[in-house]
Design a protein around this ligand. Structure first.
Ligand code: NAI
Ligand code: MG
Length: 491
């Protein structure tokens, strides 16, 4: 069988485009050395869109070599020139935003209009933001005594392995690749096997923008093959990973067993929303509805636990259920659709199993709970959920929320912290003191007050405890992608 490096993909709106399907190594698309491929599926129809290269350890070796060869040249490229190339890439992503949104819609089941704004244009904006950082990364001078001059310099870590998930495919390319490149690293990117298409398309744009060969390499393939090989490779200096907590833990120990890489892990969560009785409930239901059902609940910071102060518990539930009923579920290519299908048969089955288990354990189903067809799952609300029930404790990664009441702030805090995670949390109140007090007390990486999911690339994002290690975004991520060197000069 002769494998291709490009496929003509027909889109549901009747248009078609040329999709790169090879591995992107040293600036060229090639087939996998084992001549293997993997199919990627449209979650709305369950049908195969096309096949992409199935990279394995020999392909990772080739990509890491390419990244190592390009490393010195890229590190020595004047920072403002690196910034200029990223700026060009951001422009090309914007130019092709309509097509990239359709690619995300077919490959990930995301509603196309949401994918354009929240995924593609947000990714382009993130690339542009780090284009601006490229020539602003700086060290320090420090006074110690009259006989020495002391400097710190910030140097790129080297070759970075970027392993990204299927829930925000192109957005995660922007989040991880842009700061890595801006700070002078070369990268090997491993997209999720369920959604490889937008990252490969970005590879084509990287080529068009004129990045030197080997600065960006993309190896599609399975986690246990390409992903594990990247983590184990001694030539890789850093891994930045977003995905499940068990795989993240495995990456940490695999890194320790190989060459002790620097590691950033952005993992799972069970993020709570705390609603006090003085909150504006009409506004609250908008935020918490988006908080859990955005991206079909497939969101690491999904607001999957809702705690409501006793006095307004019933009033909240009534308004919330009415709001949930208005969510439009259906074809990702329809303008009004808010909820598409879940990503895969396996995720669908896992989530339906968790819904079933919640009912068995006695959680009260207040809305949804069924799968109408295909990989769709109704927005599902369980009420009166006890802290010891699985649905209050385990990450569902689907459109399912657990609601319970609380007495006062200290009861709310006890419930909020009764988890192994610490990614995000939200507080709703019209009392600023209450809001700020909770924001200071809650142990999590991000706290939203009177809003939800308000992620922006200027602010660092990442959790504590089993939600991960290190940060994406903001200025903070630049220290994840650089090493500080101290220099003392005797005068
Ligand atoms: P996963 O953690 O297996 O996949 C994420 C990425 O890691 C993919 O690119 C995958 O190929 C790669 N990977 C898998 N095993 C690897 C290994 N041994 N070494 C290196 N890379 C590896 O997540 P999966 O299986 O797709 O989803 C399962 C659950 O994970 C979901 O139900 C959800 O709870 C959680 N998840 C969380 C995400 C987040 O944003 N925090 C994103 C995706 C999944
Ligand atoms: Mg797919």
């Amino acid at each position: 069988m002769t494998l291709q490096t490009e496929s003509i993909v027909e889109l549901p709106d009747g248009t078609s485009y040329r999709q790169p399907v090879g591995l992107f190594i040293s600036g060229e698309f090639t087939t996998a050395q084992g001549q293997l491929s993997l199919d990627t599926v449209n979650p709305y129809t369950g049908t195969i869109i096309c096949s992409v290269a199935r990279g394995r350890s020999d392909d990772i070796d080739a990509a890491v070599s390419a990244a190592q060869s390009a490393s010195k040249g890229w590190k020595d490229t004047p920072p403002r020139q690196r910034g200029q190339l990223l700026q060009t890439l951001a422009q090309l992503m914007r130019r092709d935003a309509d097509l990239l949104a359709k690619i995300e819609a077919v490959d990930a089941g995301k509603p196309v209009h949401i994918a354009k704004e929240a995924d593609v244009l947000a990714a382009a904006a993130c690339v542009q933001y780090y284009a601006g950082w490229a020539d602003k990364i700086k060290g320090d001078t420090l006074e110690t005594d009259p006989k020495t001059l002391n400097l710190t310099v910030r140097e790129p870590v080297g070759v970075c392995g970027l392993i990204i998930p299927w829930n925000f495919p192109i957005l995660m390319v922007g989040w991880k690749m842009a700061p890595a490149l801006a700070s002078g690293n070369t990268v090997v990117l491993k997209p999720a096997e369920l959604t490889p298409l937008s990252a490969l398309y970005v590879g084509k744009l990287v080529q068009e923008a004129g990045f030197p060969p080997g600065v960006v390499n993309i190896v599609t393939g399975f986690g246990a093959e390409a992903g594990a090989a990247l983590v184990a490779h001694p030539g890789v200096n850093k891994i930045s990973f977003t995905g499940s907590t068990p795989v993240g833990k495995g990456i940490l120990s695999a890194s320790a067993d190989s060459s002790l890489k620097r590691i950033t892990l952005e993992l799972g969560g069970k993020s709570p929303s705390v609603i006090f009785n003085d909150a504006d409930l009409d506004e609250v239901v908008e935020w918490v509805n988006g908080g859990i059902f955005y991206n079909m609940g497939q969101n690491c910071c999904a607001g999957s636990r809702i705690y409501v102060q006793e006095d307004v518990y019933e009033a909240f539930l009534e308004k919330f259920i009415r709001r949930v009923e208005k969510n439009v579920m259906g074809d990702p290519f329809h303008e009004k659709t808010f909820l598409g299908p879940q990503i895969s048969a396996a995720q669908h089955a896992k989530i339906m199993g968790m819904i079933e288990n919640a009912r068995t354990q006695g959680a009260v189903l207040a809305k949804g709970g069924e799968s109408p067809h295909g990989w769709f799952i109704e927005p599902t609300v369980f009420r009166d959920v006890r802290q010891d029930m699985d649905i209050m404790r385990e990450e569902v990664f689907g459109p399912v929320v657990a609601v319970a009441s609380f007495k006062d702030a200290s009861d709310a805090l006890a419930k909020v912290h009764d988890t192994c995670y610490g990614l995000a949390a939200a507080v709703f109140t019209s009392d600023l003191k209450q809001g700020l007090g909770m924001a200071k007390s809650i142990k999590a990486g991000t706290i939203w007050v009177n809003c939800y999911n308000m992620i922006t690339h200027e602010l660092p994002f990442g959790g504590c405890r089993e939600s991960g290690v290190g940060k994406d975004l903001g200025e903070d991520v630049l220290s994840e992608f650089t090493n500080t060197k101290s220099i003392r000069i005797m005068l």
